[in-house]
Design a protein. Structure first.
Length: 202
């Protein structure tokens, strides 16, 4: 569980940073929130994450656009049922395409755009976002993933100024596999902020 959670969390963090350097206005807003809610003499810590609603919205929007596992783990129907108008007999293996659901225009407004505000505004109902599955069979690592990604992403935003290497936007082409990775690894430039000079290097 730790191995799987570590890889998917690192993939999600890379997607989130790619989206942020492509949307510097979102990055600036996230940095301002962290600066406002975290003491300037302290590095971000786990208890701070619950206060950083915009950071959480960025993570949720990243999970929506680029779920680390686009096809959720297989389930087996325990009874005869109807799904999307199809009769499914009991014992059928079912695969849920979270990637397709997260980009469905019938479910989401402007589904292909990166808009963390959709989560900050309360537009999203709890059952629309399912990067970890739902119900009794949800991923047991959901709590770990949210904490690790929150701390990693929050620390990167708090400690460094980030920019694209060139004016060209970062390529968001997705790889093919059980885990959805970036085809081209993220390259970005960073400049240490005062907090890392004063609290980490000192």
């Amino acid at each position: 569980m730790i191995l799987a959670g570590t890889y998917t969390s690192s993939v999600t963090t890379e997607w989130a940073m790619s989206l942020l350097v492509n949307h510097p206005e979102v990055l600036k807003k996230a940095r301002a929130e962290i600066d406002a809610h975290v003491d300037q003499d302290c590095l971000i810590d786990e208890p701070d994450i619950s206060k950083l609603h915009y950071l959480q919205a960025i993570i949720s929007e990243t999970f929506r656009l680029f779920p680390a596992v686009p096809l959720l783990l297989p389930h087996v129907s325990s009874d005869d049922c109807t799904i999307g108008g199809f009769n499914v007999p009991h014992g059928t293996i079912l695969l849920v395409n979270a990637w397709a659901i997260h980009r469905d225009a019938k479910v989401w407004n402007d589904p292909t755009s990166f808009k963390p505000e959709r989560f900050a505004s309360g537009e999203v109902e709890g059952n629309k976002l399912m990067p970890f599955g739902m119900g009794r069979r949800t991923c047991p690592g959901v709590g770990l993933a949210q904490r690790v990604v929150g701390l990693a992403l929050g620390s990167l935003i708090q400690c460094f100024e980030w920019e694209r290497v060139t004016e060209k936007v970062v390529d968001l082409t997705e790889g093919i596999g059980l885990t959805m990775f970036k085809v081209e690894s993220l390259e970005a430039t960073c400049k240490a902020r005062d907090i890392i000079m004063n609290n980490v290097l000192s």
